[in-house]
Write a protein that binds this ligand. Sequence first.
Ligand SMILES: C[S@@+](CC[C@H](N)C(=O)[O-])C[C@H]1O[C@@H](n2cnc3c(N)ncnc32)[C@H](O)[C@@H]1O
Length: 216
Amino acid sequence: MRLRKKPWVGQALEKYNDFVLRPTDEIYQGQWQAIFGRKAPLHVELGTGKGRFICGMAEQNRHINFIGIEAQQDVLYYAAQKVAEKQLSNVRLLVFDINNVMNLFAPGEVNRFYINFCDPWPKARHDKRRLTHHRFLDMYRQLLVPGGDIHFKTDNEALFAFSLEEFSNYKWQLEQISYDLHASDFADNVMTEYEIKFSTKGGPIYRCEAKPPTII
Ligand SMILES: C[S@@+](CC[C@H](N)C(=O)[O-])C[C@H]1O[C@@H](n2cnc3c(N)ncnc32)[C@H](O)[C@@H]1O
């Protein structure tokens, strides 16, 4: 998601300091229940963008603590506005690079990761940057609670095929695979900004859920 640079955003985001965080070290690992001030399942969206999905989900699921991770503060600003408008006390937004996700959570602290319309990195030599590359799957596996899972959506057929292969090769259990989400009977789909944009053009949305292997 590319936006024109907004020099004023850094300052504008300050008014959302109670739910927009900028983690720089490892003090957050194992602390999320204390930060939210309650014990609740923790769902994490990777690459939150402008926040339509996380806000919709948080509104419908008040009993869940949600974290949205986004590298670009200029984009996250729009998510912060939505959180404030809807007064969602169960959301925290992080200006953070997903590559460092192991520094954010303790092993077994996360109940679910959402990956929605992540960058497809189409060139083969960039495959390690795809958020469903096994390099990332290994990190998610360590951070998920037993029984935790990933919910993945994309409009990109090649990325979806790659992801299904990565999940299978690394013994993740695949469920709810859909090659045309909007034509399926899947209920309660909350659309992201990208999903609205791509599906308006008529293309299918691909979706699956995956559970990591249990290592004995
Ligand atoms: C294609 S957009 C999709 C946004 C949103 N999920 C949606 O569906 O509307 C991908 C988003 O992931 C963010 N992103 C990509 N790599 C990231 C990283 N390493 N750490 C944090 N955010 C990242 C980008 O800044 C961008 O906002």
